[in-house]
Design a binder for this molecule. Structure first.
Ligand code: ADP
Ligand code: MG
Length: 248
């Protein structure tokens, strides 16, 4: 049952992201085509020629990066994800690249403030899936577009990494907040209602905590606390609830 719901949700995300990635990959291809046409029609100077060629190559690289990031997300199997040390900043960079095309087609700008050399012990694949689910919800909460802010900082006092995912979308009232993490609870026509249960479970498995703060019409902020030193921190935090809901 557990693996089934994880897989279901994974396929749902994979197909939605695929649609936006293929949409976004068309842009660099169109631009490159334009440059090739220009070159064929004869460009005045050698300098201009070189300029168009390097722009076309940049565009092709962009398309390739998008496809690579997407494929590495689509390929990962959540049921076969081992605990290991991973660099959270690098992982978030990767995740925001995967989510950016989806954001773009929803007129959402993704702003990131990432730290480097910050390592956490846990399941990188589950972490990725969790953050992608949270970002997807944030984007879908802004039907008129807006900003999605993803930032991270380390709290050396509590020995935690704090990851913040903030949107300026429709927000949730107290009753909606209470349903967070309940499987199949969705307000969306094509929603699965599984994204948050998968996300909350991933956080628990990594020994972390997740906090949702939301206000109707103002937006939602998700705070993700992850222990910087895996097992040890988890025992100390054992009493703190893994999921916290706050109506702002
Ligand atoms: P789905 O996205 O398929 O509906 P989720 O489990 O990801 O399923 O989310 C459950 C519900 O929680 C959503 O339908 C939505 O009503 C609400 N929700 C989640 N994240 C946000 C958010 N950032 N802003 C507003 N509502 C949200
Ligand atoms: Mg969702």
């Amino acid at each position: 049952r557990r693996i089934l719901t994880e897989k279901l949700d994974q396929y749902d995300i994979v197909s939605q992201l695929a649609a936006s990635v293929s949409h976004e990959v068309r842009n660099p291809l169109t631009v490159t085509r334009g440059f090739l046409q220009l070159l064929r029609s004869g460009v005045p100077t050698e300098r201009e020629r070189q300029h168009y060629i390097s722009l076309a190559l940049d565009e092709l690289d962009r398309a390739q990066d998008m496809i690579t990031d997407y494929l590495s997300f689509a390929k990962q199997d959540p049921s076969n994800d081992h605990k290991t040390d991973f660099d959270v900043g690098a992982e978030l960079e990767h995740i925001t690249n995967v989510i950016r095309p989806y954001a773009l087609i929803h007129s959402v700008l993704v702003e990131t403030r990432l730290a480097s050399a910050c390592r956490v012990h846990g399941h990188p694949g589950k972490f990725r899936q969790c953050v992608i689910n949270l970002c997807k919800n944030a984007i879908e909460a802004m039907p008129q577009g807006g900003a999605l802010r993803v930032s991270m900082e380390r709290d050396d006092r509590s020995n935690e990494l704090l990851l913040t995912i903030q949107d300026e979308g429709v927000g949730m009232d107290g009753r909606q907040l209470e349903r967070i993490g309940t499987a199949y609870a969705t307000t969306k026509e094509k929603g699965t209602g599984l994204g948050l249960s998968v996300a909350c479970r991933a956080v628990e498995e990594m020994g972390g905590r997740i906090r949702f703060r939301s206000a109707v019409g103002e937006g939602t902020t998700v705070f993700l606390h992850l222990p910087l030193h895996g097992e040890r921190a988890r025992k100390e935090e054992a009493r703190a609830p893994a999921v916290v809901l706050e109506a702002a």
